[in-house]
Design a binder for this molecule. Structure first.
Ligand SMILES: [Zn+2]
Length: 197
């Protein structure tokens, strides 16, 4: 775990040293020499990449939604094709995909870009697609208290492409529905038909 107070320079340096030392070990265990020219800077690059992949641990994604506006609107609002990248927690392989988030407000809406930022905050962690889908739905529910929320994620998992089953083009679809979307199949249908357009 990264240090509790990542802002202090001393802790930052300690975290980086430990991270890079671990990557050097990994290179050795795999059978190569961490001191050969091509690999010398690799621990630093890997650390930078991992800090990017896991940015979401150092924020509270649902806080992005907290800027709310009062509205009268009582119909579906949908943000389609929010692209994200994440990391599969089982293999540390990339996951690429899009999230579609729809909700029926209950007097409050949030900024559309805020929804995209929230998605990124949960994506940039070690993830499984099912959890990511649910976290997005729960954040929307908790902050906006809408009549209902529905989330669909379509994603490619590189761990499915490069190893084992080798299904290069397979896409995994996951859904989460809450409130009126969970209760009413017609509402789910409305969401899914908008998705197809
Ligand atoms: Zn995986």
């Amino acid at each position: 775990m990264l240090h509790a107070d990542p802002e202090s320079l001393e802790n930052k340096m300690k975290d980086s040293r430990e991270f890079m030392e671990a990557v050097r070990k990994l290179i050795q265990v795999c059978g190569d020499d961490p001191d050969r020219q091509g690999l010398q800077e690799t621990p630093f690059r890997v650390m930078k990449k991992f800090l990017e992949y896991t940015e979401g641990y150092r924020e509270e994604p649902k806080a992005h939604l907290e800027k709310l506006f009062d509205v009268d609107h009582r119909d579906l609002i949908m943000v389609k094709d929010i692209d994200f990248d994440s990391v599969c927690e089982h293999h540390f392989a990339p996951i690429f995909g899009v999230a579609h988030v729809g909700y029926i407000p209950n007097g409050k809406i949030t900024g559309l870009s805020k929804i995209a930022r929230m998605v990124d905050g949960y994506a940039k962690r070690f993830q499984v697609q099912e959890r990511l889908t649910n976290q997005i739905a729960e954040a929307m529910e908790e902050v906006l208290r809408p009549q209902g929320v529905m989330v669909v994620i379509e994603a490619k998992h590189m761990c499915m492409c490069g190893r084992g089953v080798k299904k290069r083009d397979s896409v995994t679809v996951s859904t989460a529905s809450r409130g009126i979307f969970a209760e009413n199949p017609e509402k789910r249908k409305e969401f899914l038909s908008l998705l197809k357009n």
